[in-house]
Unconditional design. Structure first.
Length: 129
């Protein structure tokens, strides 16, 4: 069982995420590279929410190949190209995770290798060895 770390003597998280997560001994880790919002059919949604859904679906597929699921995600790093995408990204993320929430970082970046991408998401998961 993952243990969230949210000390009462620091500012609480701004959204449904944990400041830290303890991974129990004996768990195996899976590191997912940053995923972009492009489907296997090479389609790229124009909206951030659509791209975020594809990013998380790709992460889920990677984890599934390792015998894990989204419930095993302990850390998310996400990058969006503008402040206007924060709410859409967070709505998708918040719809996928329940307590104990993974640790999470969200950054605004100048852009990605191709201008049509507005979000990239990477994840770390921990599950039974």
């Amino acid at each position: 069982m993952l243990t969230p770390l949210d000390p009462p003597d620091i500012h609480p998280p701004f959204a449904p995420y944990s400041h830290g997560v303890v991974v129990p001994a004996g768990q195996r880790l899976v590191f997912c590279s940053g995923q972009l919002g492009i489907g296997a059919d090479k389609q790229i949604p124009v909206d951030c929410a659509g791209q975020a859904r594809i990013c998380f679906a790709s992460i889920a597929a990677i984890l599934r190949e390792a015998g894990l699921g989204m419930e095993h995600v302990v850390r998310i790093n996400a990058y969006v190209t503008g402040r206007e995408y924060l709410a859409d990204y967070m709505a998708v993320r918040n719809g996928l995770f329940a307590a104990p929430f993974p640790a999470s970082t969200l950054m605004i970046v100048a852009g990605f290798a191709r201008p049509e991408f507005v979000v990239e998401i990477e994840a770390i998961a921990a599950g039974p060895a």
